[in-house]
Design a protein around this ligand. Structure first.
Ligand code: PMP
Length: 446
C-alpha cells in the first residue's frame, strides 16, 4: 500500500515526518483516529479542488468536514474576510458585524428569538446544555447512540463505535479517556428512530435537563420525520428543552436546517461549520427565555444563583461574523443553489450505487442534501449499532486511499460532502475514480 502511494506524494511524506516531530499527530485524521496511509498536505484550495504540496490536484469531498459549502476561496468569503481584516479585527467590543450576523441567524430559523455566538460546535453544545441545566435546575442529558456533539465529556458519550447494553437501552460509554465518570453516568442514551425508547423515558422526565439530537445524523444521512415529531411532542409534554444539533446540517440541507425540511421546531439549535465561512465559529440559537439564562441581572452577586455564564474572548469577533454573514446572505439570496446541490447529490448517489451493484459489492450509500454516508454493508435498516455491525470498515477506510490515487480526496472516516462549487466535470472525476477504486479493491481482496 505504502509503496504505491509514496511515489505520488514524496513532499507530503516529508511534511508528515516534519510534523510528527512537533505536532501531537501529523494529520487531522491521525489526531482523531489513526495514522493515514496516504497523508496529504495541501498547498492550495480553490472551488471544489485541493492541490497538495507535490502539485497533485484532487476533487475534494471533505469540505473541511463541513464549512466550505460554497467551495474553497469563494470570492464572497474572501472579500468579506479581507475587508473585515482591513477595517481592523474587533473582538470583545460591540461591533456591527456581530449584530448583523445574529440577525441573519435568528431570521433564518423558524421561531428563533436570540443567538449566542461562540467559536466551535463543541462550544455551542457545551453552552446549550449549560443553559438548559440552569433553566431546569436538573443535570441529566439525553442523547442518541452514534451522535457526536463535539469533544466535551458529554458530547462524546456513546458517539463512537463501542456499544454495550441492550440496544434499546444503551449504557452510556465514555468517548474518551479522561472523561469525568459522573458526567458519563449522568447521560441517558437512546436510539434515533426508537419511539418506544422515548416512552420508556417518561418516568424519568422530571430529572431531565434537556434532550440533544442530530435531526439528520450525518453518519447515516437519513431523516426520520415521524420520530422527530414524536420527540418534539414528548419534550413539550414533559417541559424538557429539545436541542437540535445542526452543526453539520445547518444551511447545508437547505437554508436554515433539517428542522425546516421536517417542520419540527427545537427549543435550541446548535450551529457551527458553515456559519463561520471557514473561520472558527459556533452559535446557539433559539428560545429567548433559554438563551437569556446567561444574561446578567442588575445584581452581580445574585447572578451566581440565577443565571448561567457564557463567555469567550473571540466570540462574536468581527472577522468571523463578516465571513459568516457573507455566506448566509449568499445562500439566502440564491435558493437555486440548494436545488442544484440536491440534484447533484442524487445523481452522484445513483452513480455510486450502480458501480457497486453491477459488481455485486454490498454497499449502502445514504445521501441527503449534499451529505453522503457510504458503508460497504448490506444493512440499511435498524438502529445505529446494527448498521455499524454489518459494515466492512477496512474497505471503507481503504476506499479513501484508492480514491486519492485517482484524484479524489475523501476523508477516511467521515461523511463526505458536496459544495456548490463542484462542477459536472468534478462529479465525473468522482464517478470514474469510484468505479476504478471498487474494481481495484475487489481485485485486492477487500
Ligand atoms: N456536532 C456535530 C453533529 C458535529 O459533526 C461536530 C463536528 N464534526 C460537532 C458538533 C463539533 O463541532 P466542532 O468540531 O466545530 O467543535
Amino acid at each position: 500500500f505504502d509503496e504505491r502511494f509514496a511515489e505520488q506524494i514524496p513532499g507530503s511524506l516529508r511534511m508528515r515526518d516534519r510534523a510528527d516531530r512537533v505536532l501531537v499527530a501529523p494529520t487531522h485524521m491521525h489526531r482523531y483516529f489513526f495514522p493515514s496511509t496516504y497523508p496529504l498536505f495541501v498547498r492550495e484550495a480553490r472551488a471544489g479542488r485541493v492541490t497538495d504540496v507535490d502539485g497533485n490536484e484532487y476533487v475534494d469531498l471533505s469540505g473541511g468536514y463541513g464549512p466550505h459549502i460554497l467551495g474553497y476561496a469563494h470570492p464572497v468569503v474572501t472579500e468579506a474576510i479581507t475587508s473585515a481584516a482591513t477595517a481592523g479585527p474587533v473582538n470583545a467590543i460591540g461591533n456591527e458585524p456581530e449584530v448583523e450576523f445574529a440577525e441573519l441567524l435568528v431570521d433564518s430559523l423558524p421561531g428563533a428569538e436570540r443567538a449566542l455566538l461562540c467559536n466551535s460546535g463543541t462550544e455551542a453544545a457545551l453552552t446549550a446544555i449549560r443553559l438548559c441545566r440552569a433553566h431546569r435546575r436538573r443535570d441529566t442529558v439525553v442523547k442518541f447512540e452514534g451522535h457526536y456533539h463535539g469533544f466535551s465529556d458529554q458530547g462524546m458519550v456513546s458517539s463512537w463505535f463501542r456499544f454495550t447494553g441492550d440496544k434499546h437501552a444503551p449504557e452510556p460509554i465514555a468517548g474518551s479517556l479522561g472523561s469525568q465518570r459522573a458526567v458519563v453516568k449522568g447521560t441517558r442514551v437512546l436510539q434515533y428512530g426508537d419511539i418506544g425508547g422515548l416512552d420508556r423515558l417518561r418516568a424519568e422526565a422530571d430529572d431531565l435537563a434537556c434532550v440533544v439530537v442530530e435531526p439528520l445524523p450525518s453518519s447515516t444521512a437519513t431523516l426520520d420525520r415521524e420520530f422527530l415529531t414524536a420527540l418534539r411532542e414528548r419534550c413539550t409534554e414533559w417541559g424538557v428543552p429539545l436541542i437540535f444539533d445542526e452543526v453539520v446540517t445547518g444551511y447545508r440541507v437547505t437554508y436554515g436546517g433539517a428542522q425546516s425540511l421536517v417542520d419540527v421546531q427545537p427549543d435550541l439549535t446548535l450551529l457551527g461549520k458553515i456559519i463561520g465561512g471557514g473561520l472558527a465559529c459556533g452559535a446557539v440559537v433559539g428560545r429567548a427565555d433559554l438563551v437569556e439564562m446567561c444574561r446578567s441581572t442588575e445584581d452581580p452577586f445574585l447572578d451566581y444563583e440565577q443565571r448561567a455564564f457564557a463567555g469567550g474572548t473571540l466570540s462574536g469577533n468581527s472577522l468571523t461574523c463578516r465571513a459568516g454573514a457573507a455566506v448566509l446572505r449568499h445562500l439566502r439570496d440564491n435558493p437555486h443553489l440548494y436545488r442544484e446541490l440536491e440534484e447533484k447529490t442524487e445523481r452522484l448517489r445513483d452513480e455510486l450505487i450502480e458501480s457497486t451493484r453491477k459488481r455485486g459489492i454490498p454497499c449502502r450509500v445514504g445521501a441527503r442534501g449534499a451529505i453522503f454516508s457510504l458503508n460497504f454493508s448490506h444493512r440499511s435498516a435498524g438502529v445505529y449499532r446494527d448498521r455499524m455491525a454489518g459494515s466492512n470498515f477496512k474497505a471503507t477506510i481503504a476506499l479513501a486511499y484508492y480514491m486519492r490515487r485517482h484524484g479524489v480526496y475523501i476523508p477516511e472516516l467521515h461523511s463526505f460532502l458536496l459544495s456548490t462549487a463542484h462542477t459536472d466535470d468534478d462529479l465525473a472525476v468522482v464517478g470514474k475514480a469510484f468505479d476504478l477504486s471498487v474494481a481495484e479493491m475487489a481485485d485486492d481482496g477487500f
